[in-house]
Write a protein that binds this ligand. Structure first.
Ligand SMILES: NC(=O)c1ccc[n+]([C@@H]2O[C@H](COP(=O)([O-])OP(=O)(O)OC[C@H]3O[C@@H](n4cnc5c(N)ncnc54)[C@H](OP(=O)(O)O)[C@@H]3O)[C@@H](O)[C@H]2O)c1
Length: 332
């Protein structure tokens, strides 16, 4: 496995979390550089996270020949632009979710990534955790019978902070893009196919012009039906449940699994079993290692995000946004 030297494109909240993850695997990866639109912000971040190089523009970081791979954590609307620029600069790419604003943008990115022959993965850190492989094994073993219903939720109440990227239409924000995308990717993972019908209803904020809370339903060719709830203006416990013809599986901590709390509760035919999935890595460090482990293939293996998975995901998000009547400014 190659020891990758990482560069961070943007120095926001999640970039800090990613840098903290990288710091736990110093023998396997290095956080070499960070870029922000403002040099002093990049320098402050570099000092805090002990990053050797700080740049006052993303372009300068892409020009750094020592940077092997970039972690892009700009607002959603800028993911495509910086993925394309990074690919053209010959950098391997881990780009935050949702990987672009919409499917056509992702198709453009994939064309460039293929041409430039670099690694590219949507940063759904939760998918890199082994509990999903275990979940699919339990389903395949037939313990709960045929999968019939998939149910999930990811929502929180951040208040109406209109300056936040999550409440910005021009930056391709909204609850579906921010957290509903986890639910959608979970439903698609369990169904193992793309939905034939996607509907969502949402409260679109008058000021934010994005979905502040929403609920959706998906129907899959095999007969699996899925429902989800998401939002940035309503609190709800996280949920990821699979109901089959003979039983059910509850994923106790779907979106932020850790060694202490990654459990599958499998109930079938009057018996309940709890399966703990331990692996001893930081969630974000694991994501960086997933890149290094699959570098030569240029994309991840399932259950992490493959290119096809990301494309199916973006098409589903597009269909859900269409049904809730939400267009981003960049799509007008
Ligand atoms: N996987 C996860 O666990 C997870 C969690 C949270 C968020 N995310 C994703 O990560 C991305 C960033 O989220 P975040 O929570 O880190 O947001 P954030 O704290 O607001 O950071 C966003 C960064 O984007 C940069 N940026 C560039 N152009 C901008 C513009 N026009 N307006 C505002 N910011 C701009 C800013 O970087 P500089 O000022 O530093 O240049 C800012 O630091 C989003 O795509 C989000 O979906 C993923």
């Amino acid at each position: 496995m190659k020891h990758l030297k990482w560069g961070l494109v943007a120095a926001g909240r999640i970039a800090g979390r990613f840098a903290t993850g990288l710091a736990t695997i110093k023998d396997q990866a290095t956080c070499l550089a960070v870029a922000a639109r403002d040099l002093s912000k990049a320098q402050k971040f570099a000092e805090e996270h002990k990053v050797a190089r700080a740049y006052g523009s993303y372009d300068e970081l892409l020009a750094d020949k020592d940077v092997d791979a970039v972690y892009i954590s700009t607002p959603n609307s800028l993911h495509a632009e910086w993925s394309i620029k990074a690919a053209k600069a010959g950098k391997h790419i881990l780009c935050e979710k949702p990987v672009t604003s919409n499917a056509p943008e992702l198709q453009k990115v994939l064309r460039v990534v293929k041409k430039c022959d670099v690694f590219f993965m949507e940063a759904f850190m939760y998918r890199c955790h082994p509990q999903w492989k275990k979940l699919l094994e339990v389903i395949k073993a037939g313990t709960i019978g045929e999968v019939r219903i998939v149910q999930s939720a990811f929502a929180f109440n951040m208040g109406l902070q209109l300056e936040n990227i999550r409440l910005s239409n021009p930056l391709a924000g909204g609850g579906l893009m921010d957290v509903g995308c986890y639910c959608v990717s979970f439903c698609r993972l369990v169904a193992g196919e793309e939905p034939v019908s996607c509907h969502a209803v949402a409260h679109i904020g008058k000021q934010s012009r994005v979905d502040e809370y929403a609920t959706g339903v998906l129907q899959f060719p095999s007969g699996v039906v899925a429902t989800f709830a998401c939002g940035t203006q309503c609190g709800t416990p996280s949920a990821a449940n699979v109901y089959g013809s003979k039983g059910s599986i509850v994923v106790t901590n779907p979106w932020f699994p850790s060694d202490e709390n990654a459990k599958l509760i499998v109930s079938a035919e009057g018996k309940t079993e709890t399966i703990e999935v331990k692996y001893g890595r930081d969630l974000y460090a694991n994501e960086a290692l997933t890149v290094a482990e699959n570098l030569r293939r240029r994309q991840a293996r399932p259950t992490a995000m493959t290119w096809a998975d990301s494309l199916g995901q973006m098409k589903t998000l597009d269909a859900l946004r269409k049904s809730m009547g939400l267009k981003f400014d960049c799509e007008r």
